[in-house]
Every structure is written in structure tokens, then in C-alpha cells.
Design a binder for this molecule. Structure first.
Ligand SMILES: CC(C)(COP(=O)(O)OP(=O)(O)OC[C@H]1O[C@@H](n2cnc3c(N)ncnc32)[C@H](O)[C@@H]1OP(=O)(O)O)[C@@H](O)C(=O)NCCC(=O)NCCS
Length: 170
């Protein structure tokens, strides 16, 4: 497989993104519950942009940027108007450990930096690969709180807040 092409998600990419997401749900239970409308789930309220990693017609990965709610901004210790959130980040199971998520995250971070926004995100405790990725990229753990759902392995969800390094420090 060559280098994936990273580009903005188009409307007509959505069904391929949903197919890719289904493989991630199967393997990782991400999302924990399969949504009634997965295309809508990939386009959350307050979405600022979404990008895909493509290999020909195949979606290898996906990321979105959204506005940040007050709770998450407060958890991150940052003013809500100065932050955006990373959401809906995944790489398909067959495309793992090839830097797909890293380049998607870089793309989201560059887009946020261009708007003068700092990035934050929440990750559930079971997302060990994602946590390793964020820590490798220099994101800082800012706090943790219980979520309002039960994970596939029967735990109360535990959400960790991470804050991206400030632009220019990466
Ligand atoms: C987390 C996820 C997006 C990583 O995707 P990926 O394309 O395989 O990640 P990359 O290849 O870009 O990895 C970059 C770095 O992150 C870290 N990393 C990624 N996956 C890892 C794993 N399984 N174990 C340990 N470290 C890992 C490594 O430091 C890696 O660099 P290296 O391969 O040079 O060691 C992918 O595993 C996934 O889709 N998981 C399910 C969905 C999910 O949890 N999304 C995040 C929700 S917050």
C-alpha cells in the first residue's frame, strides 16, 4: 500500500466512511454502540471539518473537528472560544500502524492552528492505542471523569481529557 491520500471528506464519501467505521466497530467496539444513523454520527453537531485517508476508493481512516462544549473546555482548563475538539478518529483494522491516524491528527491540528484554535479531545480508558498515539504526539492528560455509559466489557466508561501541544511547540 502506498501513502494514503488525505483530503477533506466529501458528501459522497459518507457511505464508504460508514463501511469503514463498521469494521472498526466490529474489532474495537468503537463506537461502543452502533449508531442508528452512522452517517449522522460521523457528522456531529458543531462539526467544523472532516478529513479522510484514502487508498484509491477505500477509506483507511477518518477524523473530524468540532466545536468544544463548555464541560470539556473547563476540564481542559481552556476558554471554550479558543478550542476545538478532535472527534470520530479511526483507522480501519487492516490499515493500522502505518501512520494513518498520525497524519489525520496532524491535518486536524494544522487546520485548528490555522484558525488560532487549540485542540482538545476525550478518549475512553479502553482506547489504549489512541491514548498511546496522543501521548506520542505530545498531548497532555488534563483530567478524567466517569462517562454515562457502560463499556462492552461491563465497566462504567472513564473519559480522559487530552490537550494538544500549543502550536509551535511540536
Ligand atoms: C487509535 C487508532 C486511530 C490508531 O490508528 P493507526 O493509524 O493505527 O495509528 P498510527 O499508525 O498513526 O500510530 C501512530 C503512533 O501511535 C501509537 N500507537 C498506535 N497504535 C498503537 C497501539 N496499538 N499500541 C501502542 N501504540 C500505538 C504509536 O506510537 C504509533 O507509532 P509507531 O507505529 O511508529 O509506534 C486506531 O487504533 C483506531 O482506529 N482505534 C479504534 C478507534 C479509536 O479508538 N479511536 C479514537 C477514539 S478517541
Amino acid at each position: 500500500m502506498g501513502e494514503p491520500e488525505i483530503r477533506r471528506r466529501r458528501e459522497d464519501d459518507l457511505s464508504a466512511c460508514v463501511e469503514a467505521l463498521a469494521t472498526v466497530h466490529e474489532v474495537d467496539r468503537y463506537p461502543a454502540e452502533w449508531p442508528a444513523d452512522p452517517g449522522r454520527w460521523l457528522t456531529p453537531d458543531g462539526v467544523l471539518g472532516a478529513w479522510v485517508a484514502m487508498s484509491g476508493p477505500d477509506v483507511l481512516g477518518h477524523v473530524a473537528l468540532t466545536r468544544t462544549d463548555h464541560v470539556l473546555a473547563a476540564e481542559a482548563g481552556l476558554p471554550p472560544e479558543g478550542v476545538a475538539s478532535v472527534a470520530r478518529l479511526f483507522a480501519t483494522a487492516s490499515a493500522r500502524r502505518r501512520g494513518v491516524a498520525r497524519v489525520l491528527l496532524d491535518t486536524a491540528m494544522a487546520a485548528a492552528a490555522a484558525e488560532g484554535l487549540r485542540l482538545v479531545l476525550e478518549v475512553e480508558d479502553g482506547g489504549k492505542a489512541a491514548i498511546a498515539l496522543y501521548e506520542r504526539k505530545g498531548w497532555r492528560h488534563a483530567g478524567s471523569r466517569p462517562g454515562d455509559w457502560t463499556t462492552a466489557d461491563g465497566r462504567t466508561a472513564l473519559l480522559h481529557t487530552y490537550v494538544a501541544p500549543a502550536a509551535g511547540t511540536r
